[in-house]
Design a protein around this ligand. Sequence first.
Ligand code: PEP
Ligand code: MN
Length: 357
Amino acid sequence: MLVVMKAQATPEEIQAVCDQITSMGFRPHPLPGAQRTAIGITGNQGEVDRGNLEELSGVAEVIRVSKAYKLASRDVKEEDTIIHFPATETCPEATIGGRNLAVIAGPCSIESRTQAFEIAEIVAAGGAQFFRGGAFKPRTSPYAFQGMGLEALRIMAEIRARFGLRIVTEALDNESLELVAEWADVIQIGARNMQNFSLLKKAGKLRKPVLLKRGLCATLEEFLMSAEYIMSEGNYQVILCERGVRTFADHTRNTMDLSIVPAVQKVSHLPILVDPSHATGKRDKVLPMARAGAAVGADGILVEVHNHPEKALSDGPQSIYPEQFAQMMNEIEQIAPIVGRKLTRVIPVAAAQTHGD
Ligand code: PEP
Ligand code: MN
């Protein structure tokens, strides 16, 4: 159920409707839009008794939302969600969603301070706003490198301060979630955890953006239901990411399902990125598929970059070289305007200050 408020409804009227929903034993989710505020109702098993909701002051109408996912749906919020990262002392303002094409780049894993700093310099020079690096790694083999943990988070905090890049890193379980929430700007929930419902709910209790990767065989509805888990707990800052799904094709690691981008955009207001690195698993396929991602209208690209991929402790074969990253930025910058977007290259605050000295 959804309560649509009148355009001129006051904050007090919105609050009164929320209080009424709470007193009915449900949870209100006020979602302000450009024209009006809509209040999603969750916590009900079946149909919500409309009670006197329709009569409350400031209410335009009460609508039934037919989709399984409610808060993630465009029925509840018509306009695109834009995740804002306000400017800080070290980082310029950034956004994910809306007109800007966001770029999140960096190594699969943080392997050492030197490795992370060298790659961060390349990522910042290319003008990306976000640096990615795994601290806690989901590995198929228990004998493979599992990540540097807290030490990696500390290194990335230094990178943020030095280069003005925001940090995106994966939380693997409930323990690492707390650490990641403390140190990172965006919490990544990986493909293998897309249906780890307790982790999703815990991330929903936080007030930090969550980058949710699509599961290896998740349908669009399952993907959005996982986003809904996070949102149902009050965290509406969810960024989706298509990272390839399992198919019979064996020429690539996974199959990049590009058509999920317009399919998501039709039914959901949440931003959706594409990850051509995990989707293809092969360096020579990453640039063409990044171009395709920009062309299909994705809200951004997540890409693995390494200065010595042959020595990388994880995902070396799919990590692109620094020169390829620069080329990717140039290419997607040219494609972006064709689909009504813009790649805003960021001049890091720290670098801008250094140049000004
Ligand atoms: C990653 O981003 O390095 C990663 C492990 O991604 P995914 O969960 O998509 O496999
Ligand atoms: Mn990886």
